[in-house]
Structure formats: structure tokens, C-alpha cells
Write a new protein. Structure first.
Length: 308
């Protein structure tokens, strides 16, 4: 039988050990099994309360005010209200101009630190982002402790060619909620519809996303009054019946080949994000993200992507 050697690295020297029976442990020490479950639940609840408080009470600042010249101004100030998912009649991608946004487009790498975001409270900085979806989770029903409201929470992980793994949370009121004028409810339902149709590797425009931090970690989230919007810009379609985004493959290829058109910042950013997705985002089948897992429409597994 072979001899088994155990090396106690960093153990005290023999002279420093005390073997008096009175001071020795006479009961077992249970192994450490990680943080207590109640502590984890408390942290999650605190995050939900913090995030929803920002959603309800934030004072919105101009998008990109801190980011300097990470990307130039779009030159467009009017805001559109559509969800911009191509219908069956224009699935080949409509020839639309760039979407109107308020402020400028920002790269993920230029999002400020938690220290800066905390220094401008109660103001909430907002940004416009063109990003690729890495993961999108089905809605989760949440009841906030402080506000005593029941809402759905959709969590999305996005990235671009400058940074990956950025989380964005969307707060959605329930379908039967009403308010005084009905406007925010309509916008919330549009946002819910947009999110329910998205899936990994989609390229989207996130307009007026609020930035906040929790435990020194920066994240994005929707802000109240129907301000935050999501537009599908480009998608690698599965088949001819699959809804596409605003920009078709043909249009992106034409733009890439024509250097005279490279003044369109939105198209330029979409091309960069599309190339990043093709190189780094897993093309494996996944669930359509925003719908419930039990839904036959939004929760179905997708077949492997076909060639464009």
C-alpha cells in the first residue's frame, strides 16, 4: 500500500502549536458552503428596489452629455415612437433613413464609472446605444418591497465591438394596468412587444437608456414615462418568413463597399457590431428571449442560422 503524503502549506511551526487538551477543539467544523441563501435573496431584492426607484424617480439628463465625442452628434433631434420591426409586407428591409434619436450615439467602452454616476444623483444619465444581443431572459414577475407594485422585469446582456457583457434591465407594467392618460401604458406595451420578438445576435438601437450603479457595478435600465425605446436594426434571418430589421444585408454590404456613404454614423456602427457578432457571439440555437418559457410562439428553440 502506497504512502500518502499531505503537505500543509502555510501551517504554523511546531514551536507555535499548543497541544493542551483543554484548548483543542472537541466539535467538528462544518465546511464553508458559500453565502447564506437569505443574504443572496436580500441582495437581489435590494437591487430590484434600487433599480425600480431609479425607473420611477430619476431626473433624465441629455444622452451622452458626459461622453464627449465618443461618436459625433447624429444631427437628428425628433423622436420617433415606432418599434421598427419589419412587417410581412416589407421583410426584405425597407429603404428607411436612419432613425431619429435625441442626443448622440455612444460606445459601451465610454460609459462612465459608478463614481461619476453617483456624483450626479438625483440626475440619471441616459445614452443611445447600438449593440448586439448576447442573451435575453424571459420576463420575471417582481413585487418590489418598497413600492408594493407588481411588474415584469426583462434582463438583457448586450455588447459591441468596444465592450461586452453589459447588462440592461427593462421594467414593464402588467398588461391590465392603467394610468390617468394611458400614454405610458401604450409605450410600455410597445416596449414589451419589441422585447418579446428579440433573440440573441440581433442588432438593436436602445434609445434613452438610463445608467445607474449598484454595489459599484454600472448597468443600464429603462426609465419611466415611456422614454426608453428598442428598435430592431438588423437580424440574420432564419427563412423568408422571418421578420427582419430596418437594415437588410444588401444595404449593409452596399454601405460597406461605398466609402462615400460613410458619414452615416448609425449604418457605420451597425456594420461594426455585425462584424463583431459574426466573430465572437455564439451562433448556437437559443430561445427567443423576451417571451415566457411556456409560450409556443416566443419560447420555441430556433434552428441553426441559415446563410444570408
Amino acid at each position: 500500500m502506497s504512502t500518502k503524503l499531505i503537505f500543509l502549506m502555510g501551517a504554523p511551526t511546531q514551536q507555535n502549536l499548543c497541544w493542551d487538551e483543554e484548548e483543542l477543539l472537541d466539535s467538528p467544523i462544518f465546511p464553508f458552503s458559500g453565502p447564506d441563501v437569505e443574504v443572496q435573496i436580500t441582495a437581489i431584492s435590494q437591487f430590484y428596489d434600487h433599480s425600480f426607484a431609479v425607473h420611477e424617480t430619476s431626473e433624465i439628463s441629455v444622452p451622452g452629455a458626459h461622453l464627449g465625442d465618443s461618436m459625433q452628434e447624429s444631427g437628428l433631434s425628433a423622436d420617433s415612437t415606432g418599434t421598427s420591426v419589419a412587417s410581412s409586407s416589407d421583410r426584405e428591409a425597407p429603404e428607411l433613413g436612419s432613425l431619429a434619436i435625441q442626443g448622440c450615439l455612444s460606445d459601451l467602452k465610454d460609459i462612465p464609472s459608478a463614481t461619476y454616476l453617483q456624483s450626479i444623483v438625483p440626475q440619471t444619465m441616459t445614452v443611445n446605444l447600438i449593440v448586439g444581443i448576447i442573451a435575453i431572459h424571459p420576463p420575471r414577475r417582481i413585487v418590489t418591497r418598497q413600492w408594493k407594485r407588481e411588474l415584469d422585469l426583462v434582463e438583457v446582456v448586450v455588447g459591441d465591438e468596444t465592450r461586452t457583457g453589459f447588462g440592461v434591465t427593462f421594467w414593464l407594467p402588467l398588461g391590465d394596468e392603467t394610468n390617468a392618460n394611458g400614454r405610458c401604458d401604450i409605450e410600455a406595451q410597445k416596449l414589451r412587444t419589441s422585447l418579446s420578438s428579440l433573440r440573441p445576435r440581433d442588432i438593436v438601437l436602445l434609445r434613452m437608456v438610463g445608467l445607474s450603479s449598484f454595489r459599484e457595478r454600472v448597468y443600464g435600465q429603462s426609465v419611466g414615462r415611456g422614454v426608453t425605446k428598442v428598435d430592431l436594426l438588423h437580424r440574420q434571418r432564419i427563412d423568408a418568413t422571418d421578420a427582419g430589421g430596418i437594415y437588410s444585408v444588401r444595404r449593409l454590404q452596399t454601405f460597406r463597399d461605398d466609402e462615400t456613404k460613410h458619414g452615416d454614423l448609425q449604418l457605420m456602427k451597425v456594420c461594426k457590431v455585425r462584424e463583431w457578432i459574426r466573430l465572437f457571439v455564439d451562433p448556437a440555437p437559443d430561445l427567443v428571449g423576451g417571451g415566457p418559457r411556456t409560450s409556443s410562439k416566443h419560447g420555441q428553440p430556433l434552428p441553426p442560422d441559415t446563410q444570408e
